[in-house]
Design a protein around this ligand. Structure first.
Ligand code: NAD
Length: 349
């Protein structure tokens, strides 16, 4: 199996690359622009592996994408490259529109041109998996779950740009017969998570005795999925999913943000006891503008049709994640000292 994976130096993309090359023996070309969120260290385990190659390029560079697709001739494209942080989309949306919408269009066109040259089994087997988020569905009340038929209602610049790219992927299936599939996943967490996102930010701030910022009253609910379970889900959609379909992935692990922060504090207190309980560092800060109240995913379709199931519970995954950050300071220290020191993001610019 030959796969082009975009955004492979990011958090989830690197998990997909490691799974595809190491566990499945696929040959992978990772295309990544290396934005602030990228880290080649995420793929250090693939250094020297002749089934893995890397192309530094912008997915918006259509000529470069056409050349890469022609040259590598993938059986499958797994598209994860994106601007991914809601708070940054509030401060500056332009990059989100460019990468998430224009970049996805550029890849769909490159895939369409390649697909048109394929014949027989190669043409039938070709897949373009567009990796998206549950945030396109908007915000839930206290009950109910997002399913694949929930109407789109994106409410942040990030989710609106992802929704637009989902519609492009569907349109390229309907209009051109390009075998696209869309996956929509809930919040991921785990090793190699860039420390601007809630879980790694809280772990590192707590370790350094800094305030733990909780937006609003901490009652917003997210459904958490361990990143390696998501990576397996994306690959199972590529292998077993039906073109033109959407598949939701989630962890059946709804937690209020404050509960997540409490769990991190308690795990750290157990692993590296401090002078006082880390919960005392919690600081409630001005809420994110337009903060969606609740996300929760019904992943029955992925379980039934793809044979996918999550393997890591939230409690186990969170402890593994806290342990990983404790054991991998050499990974996160340069990020905290350089690209992002942990300051508040997401106030309108
Ligand atoms: P990330 O921010 O960690 O990584 C994004 C990667 O894309 C980076 O390596 C970056 O360099 C690359 N990239 C950005 N712009 C690019 C461009 N123009 N050209 C080439 N490469 C570019 O993101 P992530 O958290 O790993 O998310 C990956 C995908 O999964 C995204 O599409 C995101 O919308 C989706 N998703 C994320 C979550 C989550 O909880 N993180 C949940 C559901 C879906």
């Amino acid at each position: 199996m030959r796969a082009i994976i975009t955004g492979g130096c990011g958090f989830i993309g690197s998990a997909v690359c490691r799974h595809a090359v190491t566990d499945l023996g696929w040959t992978v070309l990772n295309i990544d622009k290396l934005t602030y969120a990228a880290n080649k260290q995420n793929l250090a385990s693939l250094d020297g592996n002749n089934r893995y190659s890397f192309l530094q390029a912008d997915i918006c560079d259509h000529a470069a994408m056409e050349e890469a697709f022609r040259g590598f001739a993938p059986d499958v494209v797994i598209h994860l490259a994106a601007e991914s942080h809601v708070d940054r989309s509030i401060t500056g949306s332009a990059e989100f529109i460019q990468t998430n919408i224009v970049g996805t269009h550029s890849l769909l066109e490159a895939a369409r041109r390649l697909h048109a040259t394929l014949e027989g089994d190669a043409r039938d087997a070709f897949r373009f998996v567009h990796v998206s988020t549950d945030e396109v569905y908007g915000s839930l009340g206290p009950t109910g779950l997002f399913t694949e038929t929930t109407a789109y209602d994106p409410r942040s610049p990030y989710s609106a740009s992802k929704a637009a790219s989902d519609h492009l992927a569907s349109a390229w299936f309907e209009t051109y017969g390009l075998p696209t599939l869309i996956t929509n996943c809930s919040n991921n967490y785990g090793p190699f998570h860039f420390p601007e996102k809630l879980i790694p930010l809280v772990i590192l701030n707590a370790l350094e005795g800094r305030p733990l910022p909780v937006y609003g009253d901490g009652s917003n609910v997210r459904d958490w999925l361990f990143v390696s379970d998501h990576a397996r889900g994306i690959v199972s959609a590529a292998l077993h999913g039906r073109p033109g379909e959407k598949y939701n992935f989630g962890g059946r692990a709804e937690r209020r943000n404050l509960e997540v922060v409490h769990a991190i504090c308690d795990a750290l207190d157990e692993f590296v006891p401090g002078a006082s309980p880390r919960r005392e560092l919690i600081t409630f800060v001005t809420d994110r503008p337009g903060h969606d109240k609740r996300y929760a995913i019904d992943c029955t379709k992925a379980e039934n049709e793809l044979g996918w199931t999550q393997t890591v519970s939230f409690e186990e995954g969170l402890r593994q994640t806290v342990r990983w950050y404790l054991d991998n300071e050499s990974w996160w220290r340069p990020l905290r000292d350089g690209v992002y020191a942990g300051d508040r993001l997401g106030l309108p610019g």
